[in-house]
Design a protein around this ligand. Structure first.
Ligand code: G16
Length: 543
């Protein structure tokens, strides 16, 4: 218990609690203005050590605010298999972040007691950070927390969020998932990509990708990746951090929400483009049609591309594995209809947040999960992995079956199964397009998205809006859902919902309808109801 007392002293002397407002562990950890985060990140360093002792393995801390503006920062906590910290521990994170300096030691003792943690066990935490100006100091605060509890810190410095998830998983699986280093990450992905693409003979697919890196950590990391790809993919780097501001008019979130190309990309028909977000865990693709229209290939389109391809490989490998797809309320209605009616793959809908999608995807042999905003991956159950690997090494199979199984096993290696990963997802998309010899337009032709619109509404307290049914309906404030139902009933193919963001201080409104003008109008009308019934502040909602 001496360490806990020591943690209290360091807290008071070096990382004092200075924030008036209560904070909550949100969709992906704590996120706010960077200047308010020091004591919270220090305390998350402490918590990660306790969590590591509890799990008897290495845990992780990532300093990033991902898609948020440059002035924000945040902290995401990682479990031993590279997944998000379990939801049951979020309460501890919230409690610890809010207690006063003088209550801190008691709060730590309470966690030790309630989780029956053996504090004599080692506590090991791996730390990574994005490129924000505030990240080095916050990373140091996390390290101070780890050291104050006598934990062992593996400091990896600059990484994308998914790279840290990958490394933590490798550290806890004795290398069976890969080498627990950044170099190991590139080697694993590049080896699989080069193998899958070595014999490609394409007429329509061109190996030239225009990649917007949101001026974030993806830029230096994609440069590193390219050194390992031996020219098997040509990438033009845009918004690579050499001049523009992080996530400002660029990046996956901007492109998805604004349905427009980022600054720095002069979109012309025939170009295949993609955008990462600030910490490299989301990706969306887009292109200009021959008619000159901007067209987005978002997380839903990536999910269907992945699922259809994997389904084919499973069948050609003569394996019987069940597949399921996991989405959130933001999934375009056309995508859900296509997956259910045409692909005949079961679809589950869960609340926003990778933690929910990842968990649900574990119900299947092969679980594909994607948020429409481009965050997603594929999970293979342990039994599915074994079956695939065995089939790939079964020399008694005919050539076609064996080749399909071998390909499936290699695709599995190309996928970062710990969390959505823009680099890994990009390599999988490129592999599938090359193998099908498809352009973006070919990919896009599977189904047509319903026009949609997302807006943000500023309110006094966003937590006044409460939801149910995977966030598709509100339960509070009173009258809001009835008002939304009434508005939606006036629109053909209309659907809309409102939910409090877990990463920004806003209520998000999503709407879709038969035309873009109607989707816009529906979003605006629902936004006005949110503003009226959930105590909007400042400017009225606008498109
Ligand atoms: C995080 C989460 C995503 C979520 C997004 C927006 O992404 O990891 O699952 O979709 O926030 O969440 P919200 O609508 O609650 O603000 P990122 O890329 O920002 O870490």
């Amino acid at each position: 218990m001496e360490d806990l007392e020591q943690a209290g002293i360091v807290s008071r002397e070096k990382h004092p609690h200075s924030l008036q407002q209560e904070v909550t562990y949100g969709t992906a950890g704590f996120r706010m203005r960077a200047e308010n985060l020091d004591h919270i990140v220090y305390r998350m360093g402490l918590l990660s050590v306790l969590f590591s002792k509890f799990r008897s393995g290495v845990t992780g801390i990532m300093i990033t605010a991902s898609h948020n503006p440059e002035e924000d920062n945040g902290v995401k906590l990682i479990d031993t298999m590279g997944e998000m910290m379990p939801i049951s521990w979020e309460k501890h994170a919230t409690d610890l972040a809010n207690v006063s300096d003088h209550q801190l030691v008691e709060a730590l003792k309470e966690i030790v007691k309630s989780e029956a943690i053996d504090i004599t066990k080692p506590g090991i935490v791996s730390v990574g950070m994005d490129t924000r100006i505030s990240s080095p100091a916050l990373s140091q605060a996390a390290i101070d927390g780890i050291k104050a509890l006598n934990g062992e810190c593996h400091n990896f410095g600059l990484l994308t969020t998914p790279q840290l998830h990958y490394i933590v998983c490798c550290e806890n699986t004795q290398g069976s998932y890969g080498d627990p280093t950044e170099e190991g990450y590139y080697n694993k992905l590049a080896t699989a990509f080069v193998k899958l693409n070595k014999d490609k003979k394409c007429v329509n697919y061109v190996s030239q990708l225009f990649l917007d890196l949101a001026n974030g950590v993806g830029a230096p990391k994609v440069r590193e990746l390219l050194k390992h790809l031996n020219g098997s993919l040509n990438i033009n780097l845009c918004n690579d951090g050499s001049s523009g501001k992080l996530n400002h008019q660029c990046g996956a979130d901007f492109v998805k929400v604004c349905q427009a190309p980022p600054v720095g990309v002069n979109l012309e028909p025939g170009m295949r483009c993609a955008s990462f977000d600030g910490d490299g865990d989301r990706i969306v693709y887009y292109y200009k049609t021959s008619e000159g229209k901007f067209s987005l290939l978002d997380g839903d389109k990536i999910a269907t591309l992945f699922a259809a391809y994997l389904n084919e490989l499973v069948k050609s490998s003569q394996l019987k594995l069940d597949m399921g797809l996991v989405q959130t309320a933001y999934a375009n209605g056309s995508s859900t209809a296509y997956i259910t009616d045409v692909m005949k793959v079961p679809v589950a809908c869960v609340p926003t947040g990778v933690k929910y999608l990842h968990h649900k995807a574990q119900d299947f042999d092969i679980g594909v999960y994607f948020e429409a905003n481009g965050h997603g991956t594929v999970l293979f159950s342990e039994s599915a992995r074994k079956l695939i690997v065995n089939q790939a090494s079964n020399s008694s199979l005919d050539k076609v079956t064996k080749e399909a199984a071998d390909r499936l096993a290699t695709v599995m290696d190309l996928i970062n199964q710990t969390v959505g990963d823009a680099i890994s997802d990009m390599l999988v998309v490129e592999t599938i397009l090359a193998s099908r010899d498809w352009t973006c337009q070919d990919w896009d032709s599977a189904y047509t998205d319903l026009p949609s619109r997302q807006i943000k509404v500023k309110v006094e307290n966003r937590l006044l809006v409460e939801t149910t049914d995977a966030e598709r309906r509100t339960t509070k404030p009173p009258g809001l859902q009835e008002a939304i139902d009434e508005i939606v009933s006036n629109y053909k193919h209309g659907r809309a919902f409102a939910r409090p963001s877990g990463t920004e201080d806003v209520v998000r409104v999503y709407a879709e309808a038969d035309t873009q003008a109607n989707a816009d109008k529906l979003a605006y009308e629902v936004g006005m109801q949110v503003y009226k019934l959930a105590r909007g502040t400042g400017e009225l909602p606008s498109l």
